[in-house]
Design a protein around this ligand. Structure first.
Ligand code: GLN
Ligand code: ZN
Length: 785
C-alpha cells in the first residue's frame, strides 16, 4: 500500500512565488532568478511531502502562472494571435518560453496590444485557469521538455516522481472554440499529441527512476475531473478509445486516471474499465463510489489488475481528517483488492488549501489543534496508510491518539456551539424570508423616498485602494498607527470619495470600502465563529492569492460591522447613500467552512447575523443597502442531483438576510462573471429590488435571459469593464445602454460599472465614471425626446 499526493500548493508558505513572478514582471528579478526560486520551491515542497510520508511526489503540479496554461504550451496549442512578436523564444527543448507564457496569461499593452486568454473557474473551486483557445485549424506541436526537466530535477534530488498533467478529455472539455467549430473534432490530433508527450516523458525518465512502486516505467497521473460531471453520453463514450490510444503509446508506464470534486457515479463503470493501472477516486465528495467500485472489482470485473487510489483526506478544506474513518475505507478496499492494489491520497490536489500550519503566527491555539494544511494533510495520508496496514509503532499510536483527541476536543468545544444562535435559528418564521410587500409596491415607496432620475447612476461599492489606504492598514497591523488615527484616516478617505462622486454627478453614492482588505476576510474578522489566519494563502489565479477566513463555530454578530462607516458617509452628502455588505452565500463560498453541520445551517446562521446588520443600516438612515453575492453561481454543486438543494438554501439565506427592512428601503445585490441561464429563476427568487451585474464584455448579450424570463425587478447591467485600465468612451457606453434599453424597459435600468473599482487607479476611474454619467444623460435625453 503506497501513499501519493495529487498536487501541492505552489505559491510557497510565504507567497515566495508571487514575489518572484511579480518581481520578474517589474524587471527586478532576472529570468535566472525566477527559475532559481521556482526550482527551490519545488525542491522544498517535494521534501515536505516526502518527509511527511508521501511515497510518490507529484511533478508537473507546479506552474509559474497556471498548470492548464503550461499544458497548453507543451501541447503547442498556441493561438495565432500570440505568435512570437519578435521576442526571442527559447530554443526548443530547453524548457518553457516563459515570456510567451506570461503574454498568453496577461495579454500585452503597448503598440501591438493582445488580449490575454480567457480565464475562468476551475470546476467549483475559486482557482482560475486559462481557457485553451481553439479553432478548426488548431495544430499541436507537442514538446514535453519543460516537464522532463522537472522530472529530472526531482530524480536528481532523490525523490520518487510522478508526472502530473490534466488529461486529454478534461483539457478539451475546458477549452473553447473561437470559430464555432466543434472542438471535439480535434480529439484524434490531441490524442496523438498526448501520446508524444507521454513517450517523451517515459523515455527521458525511466532509467534513473526509482522502481519498486510501479509495474515498470514512470508513473503518470492524468487528471480527469470531468469524470465528476454530468457528462453527455457522447463524451463519456470517448474515454475508452482515448485511453486505449495512450496505453498503446506507453505500454510500460504506470498510468493513473484521477477523478475528483464530486462523485464519479454514472461515470464509474467507464472509469473502472479504462486500460490504466490506477484509478483515483475522491472519497470525501464521493463516498459511495468506493462501494460501487469494490463491487465491480470484487466480482472480477473492470480492468484486470486495476488498483484504486483512495482520496480519504479532504483536499478542499482545512480540518483534521477523521483518521479512523479513513482507515475503515482503506481496509475495505484492501479486503477486496489486496494491499498491492490500494493507494492512499488526499481527495484532490492540495492546491486548494494553505501550505503549512506551522507558519501560522498568532492563531488561536485551541482552533489550531483542529486544523491541517497541505503539509499536515500529507502526514494524515501517511497515518491512514500506516494504521490501515497495522504498522502501529509508538509514533503512529501517538499520532492516532492525538488525532482522536483533537476531533473530540473540537466536537465538544464551547467555542463551536452557541445556544443563543441555535435558539434564534429555531425561531425563524417563514415570513422572515419575505419582504413585507411585493416589488411593485415597494418600488413606489422607494421612488418616493429616493427621487432618482431615470437610468440612475451608481457604482458597485469599492473605489481604488490607494497606496495611502494600504499603508494605513499595514501601519495599524504593525502597531505604528493607533486605532483612532487609523479610523480618522479612513473617515478622511471616505470624505474624499464622497466629494469625488458628487463632483462626478453620480446619483447613488457609496462610501468606497477603504476599510476592507477583502470583502469576505473583513466580515470574517468581525463575526463571532470565525478566525483569520496570518498566512493561510490560497492561489486564486496567477499571482493573486486569497486568505479565506476559517468559519469554525456558530456565527453571530457581537457588534455592528459597517454601520459607523456608512453612517459617516451618509452624513457627508444629501444624495442617497448605498451601504455595502457581502452576502451569506459568498461569505460561505470564500471561507473554509466547518464540516460538522450542514451547509444550509451555516448559511442560515450567516443570514441572521447579516440581517441584524441590514436593519441597523436602515435605522442609521441608509436608504439603499447592497448585499453582494458574486459567488452564488460558483458555489453550485457540479452534479445536478445536488444543485436544487443548494440553490434553495442559497436563495432562502439571501432572503433571510435581506427581508427585515421596510418597503421604502431599497435592496440591491451584485453578481459578476457568471452565466445566469440555468439559474435565472433563482436570481428572480432572491427578490432584490435591483441587481447589478457584469455585462459589458458580452456586449449586453447577458440581458437576453433577463428579458426572455421576464425578470421583474430592476437591473444594472455593467457598461464598463473594470478589469482593464482602458477608459471607455461616452459613445461606447451610450451604445451599450441603448442596447440594454432595447431589451429591457428603460424605467427598470440602472447605469453602473461591471464590478468594484478597488483594483483601478483614480485617474482612469474618474475619467471612466465621468463618461458613464455623460452616457446616462445622453440616453435619458433620447428617451425623453
Ligand atoms: N462591493 C464589492 C466591491 O465593489 C463587490 C466586489 C465583487 O463583486 N467581487 O468591491
Ligand atoms: Zn463584482
Amino acid at each position: 500500500m503506497r501513499t501519493h499526493n495529487l498536487g501541492f500548493p505552489r505559491i510557497g508558505a510565504g507567497r515566495e512565488l508571487k514575489k518572484a513572478v511579480e518581481g520578474y514582471w517589474k524587471g527586478r528579478v532576472s529570468r535566472h532568478g525566477l527559475e532559481g526560486e521556482a526550482a527551490r520551491l519545488r525542491a522544498c515542497h517535494w521534501a515536505m511531502q516526502r518527509d511527511a510520508g508521501i511515497d510518490v511526489v507529484p511533478v508537473g503540479d507546479f506552474a509559474l502562472y497556471d498548470h492548464m496554461l503550461d499544458l497548453t504550451l507543451m501541447l503547442g496549442a498556441i493561438p495565432p494571435r500570440f505568435s512570437p512578436s519578435g521576442a526571442a523564444a527559447s530554443p526548443a527543448g530547453t524548457g518553457q518560453d516563459i515570456d510567451l507564457m506570461f503574454r498568453m496569461a496577461r495579454g500585452e499593452a503597448g503598440l501591438s496590444p493582445v488580449a490575454p486568454l480567457e480565464m475562468t473557474k476551475w470546476f467549483d473551486t475559486n482557482y482560475h485557469y486559462l481557457v485553451p483557445e481553439l479553432d478548426a485549424d488548431t495544430a499541436f506541436a507537442p514538446d514535453a521538455s519543460p516537464l522532463v526537466a522537472q522530472l529530472r530535477e526531482a530524480q536528481d534530488a532523490g525523490f520518487s516522481p510522478k508526472a502530473v498533467l490534466p488529461g486529454p478529455l478534461t483539457w478539451l472539455w475546458l477549452a473553447r472554440s473561437v470559430d464555432g467549430s466543434d472542438r471535439f473534432a480535434l480529439l484524434p490530433a490531441l490524442c496523438d499529441a498526448y501520446a508524444t508527450l507521454l513517450r517523451e516523458l517515459t523515455s527521458a525518465c525511466p532509467p534513473a527512476c526509482p522502481r519498486g512502486y510501479s509495474s515498470g516505467g514512470l508513473m503518470v497521473q492524468l487528471d480527469e475531473p470531468v469524470l465528476a460531471l454530468d457528462l453527455p453520453q457522447t463524451v463519456r463514450d470517448l474515454f475508452p478509445a482515448v485511453y486505449t490510444r495512450l496505453r498503446a503509446a506507453v505500454p510500460d508506464a504506470t498510468l493513473m486516471v484521477a477523478s475528483y470534486f464530486a462523485p464519479c457515479a454514472d461515470n464509474l463503470p467507464v472509469a473502472l474499465n479504462l486500460p490504466v493501472d490506477v484509478l483515483h477516486l475522491d472519497l470525501v465528495r464521493g463516498r459511495d463510489d468506493l462501494d460501487a467500485a469494490l463491487q465491480v472489482r470484487g466480482a472480477g470485473e473492470g480492468t484486470p489488475g486495476l488498483a484504486l487510489s483512495l482520496g480519504v483526506v479532504d483536499g478542499r478544506n482545512v480540518w483534521c481528517a477523521d483518521i479512523d474513518a479513513g482507515v475503515n475505507l482503506v481496509r475495505r478496499a484492501v479486503d477486496t483488492l489486496g494491499e498491492e492494489r490500494v493507494w492512499v491520497a488526499p481527495s484532490c490536489s492540495l492546491l486548494h488549501c494553505p501550505v503549512d500550519l506551522g507558519s501560522e503566527r498568532g492563531l488561536d491555539p485551541e482552533v489550531a489543534r483542529w486544523l491541517a494544511f497541505a503539509r499536515q494533510k500529507c502526514a494524515e495520508v501517511r497515518l491512514v496508510a500506516d494504521a490501515a496496514r497495522g504498522v502501529v509503532g509508538p509514533a503512529t499510536l501517538a499520532a492516532l491518539e492525538a488525532n482522536r483527541e483533537a476531533r473530540r476536543l473540537r466536537a465538544a468545544s464551547p467555542r463551536i456551539h452557541d445556544p443563543e444562535v441555535a435558539a434564534r435559528l429555531a425561531a425563524v418564521t417563514p415570513d422572515m424570508e419575505h419582504r413585507p410587500s411585493p416589488y411593485a409596491e415597494r418600488i413606489v415607496a422607494q421612488r418616493a423616498a429616493l427621487h432618482l432620475p431615470a437610468l440612475p447612476t451608481t457604482t458597485i461599492g469599492s473605489f481604488p485602494q490607494t497606496p495611502d489606504i494600504r499603508a494605513a492598514r499595514r501601519a495599524l497591523r504593525d502597531g505604528s498607527l493607533t486605532q483612532d488615527a487609523y479610523e480618522a484616516a479612513m473617515r478622511d478617505a471616505i470624505a474624499m470619495m464622497v466629494r469625488e462622486q458628487e463632483a462626478l454627478g453620480l446619483d447613488v453614492l457609496v462610501h468606497g470600502e477603504p476599510e476592507r482588505n477583502d470583502m469576505v476576510e473583513y466580515f470574517g474578522g468581525l463575526l463571532q465563529g470565525f478566525c483569520i489566519t496570518s498566512d493561510g494563502w490560497v492561489q486564486s489565479y496567477g499571482t493573486r492569492c486569497v486568505k479565506p477566513p476559517l468559519l469554525y463555530g456558530d456565527v453571530s454578530r457581537p457588534v455592528p460591522m459597517t454601520v459607523a462607516w456608512s453612517a459617516h458617509a451618509r452624513s457627508l452628502t444629501s444624495r442617497p447613500m448605498k451601504a455595502m455588505l457581502t452576502g451569506p452565500v459568498t461569505i460561505a463560498c470564500w471561507s473554509f467552512v466547518r464540516d460538522d453541520i450542514s451547509r444550509e445551517t451555516v448559511l442560515r446562521q450567516l443570514a441572521l447575523a447579516l440581517r441584524d446588520e441590514v436593519t441597523d443600516l436602515e435605522s442609521a438612515g441608509l436608504a439603499v443597502v447592497q448585499v453582494d453575492e458574486p459567488a452564488l453561481r460558483e458555489g453550485l454543486p457540479l452534479r445536478r442531483a445536488a444543485q436544487e438543494a443548494y440553490l434553495d438554501a442559497a436563495v432562502r439565506a439571501f432572503r433571510l438576510a435581506t427581508s427585515g427592512v421596510a418597503d421604502a428601503t431599497q435592496l440591491h445585490t451584485h453578481m459578476c462573471y457568471c452565466d445566469f441561464h440555468d439559474i435565472i429563476d433563482r436570481i428572480a427568487g432572491m427578490d432584490a429590488d435591483v441587481i447589478s451585474l457584469e455585462a459589458s464584455r458580452s456586449r449586453m448579450e447577458l440581458l437576453d435571459v433577463f428579458a426572455t424570463h421576464g425578470y421583474p425587478n430592476e437591473v444594472g447591467p455593467g457598461v464598463y469593464d473594470i478589469h482593464s485600465p482602458r477608459v471607455p468612451s461616452v459613445d461606447e457606453m451610450e451604445a451599450l445602454l441603448l442596447r440594454a434599453a432595447a431589451v429591457l424597459p428603460a424605467d427598470r435600468l440602472w447605469v453602473n460599472p461591471d464590478c468594484g473599482l478597488k483594483t483601478r487607479e483614480w485617474p482612469e476611474t474618474r475619467a471612466a465614471l465621468a463618461n458613464m454619467v455623460e452616457a446616462a444623460r445622453r440616453v435619458r435625453a433620447r428617451l425623453d425626446a
